[in-house]
Design a protein around this ligand. Structure first.
Ligand code: PXP
Length: 237
């Protein structure tokens, strides 16, 4: 079964736009769980323009499903996740001012740094996942860095889904097979939506978790949060 982790950064962005606590991120996270999400993802960026570090602390106290915290491993980020101890940390290579994650790790170039960070996180029993593209060497080196999982960056799949879904899925299947052969669990995320998710989940072997934010929150405006989460979950069954 593939688990759905709902990325609630967009909810935090709306909250921050007025400087009050509306919408209440904690309430939304608990409602996501109640409506069927099996995890919550937060991506606190260095400027904390949407999810903030204190959101991570508060969410960890009340969630009953897994908290996944994504981010670039600055010392500040590492200090926060060590204090919060989420079930999973997903390391992403995005620059501090990036609009959103726009590439996976080059796990060869950054092997030494990633190995050190993963060792530190694993010592606190925090499962660690590396955000990567479909390059076979980058997947193999994710295992060499000591990661437990990879998160496949699905933007390229999503962009080409309408015109060539059968071709564009192939490198992802290949990457998933290499990951499995190297003992890595497989997550995926970015630009997944109600149109492209079911095919991805059906085709990709051993897909453990998807993390979805933007499209899910946009759909919830029209369909409601409860209905939307159920529709995403249906794509995964
Ligand atoms: N995975 C990572 C590493 C991300 O940075 C994001 C966006 O914050 C997502 C998944 C979710 O992408 P989307 O918002 O397009 O669903």
């Amino acid at each position: 079964m593939t688990l759905l982790s709902v990325n609630i950064n967009k909810i935090a962005l709306i909250r921050n736009s007025r400087g009050t606590n509306n919408p209440d991120l904690i309430k939304v996270a608990l409602d996501c769980e109640r409506f069927g999400a099996q995890g919550i993802t937060l991506h606190p960026r260095p400027d904390q323009r949407h999810a903030r570090y204190d959101d991570c602390v508060e969410l960890k106290k009340i969630l009953t499903t897994e908290l996944n915290i994504e981010g670039y491993p600055t010392q500040n980020f590492i200090d926060v996740v060590l204090a919060v101890q989420p079930a999973q940390v997903t390391l992403v290579p995005d620059a501090p001012n990036a609009l959103t994650s726009d590439a996976g790790w080059d796990t060869v170039t950054h092997q030494t740094m990633l190995t050190d960070v993963i060792k530190t996180l694993n010592a606190r029993n925090i499962r660690t996942s590396l955000f990567v593209g479909t390059d076979a060497t980058h997947v193999e080196y994710a295992a060499k860095c000591g990661a437990q999982r990879i998160e496949l960056y699905t933007e390229h799949y999503a962009k080409n889904f309408i015109t060539h879904k059968h071709e564009v899925i192939l490198p992802y299947i290949n990457a998933a097979n290499i990951a499995t052969a190297n003992g890595l669990g497989i997550n995926a995320g970015h630009d997944l939506n109600l149109d492209n998710l079911a095919f991805f989940a059906q085709q990709l072997p051993n897909l453990l978790e998807v993390s979805i934010g933007h499209a899910l929150v946009c759909d919830a405006l029209y369909l409601g949060l409860e209905n939307t989460i159920q529709l995403y979950n249906r794509c995964l069954r």
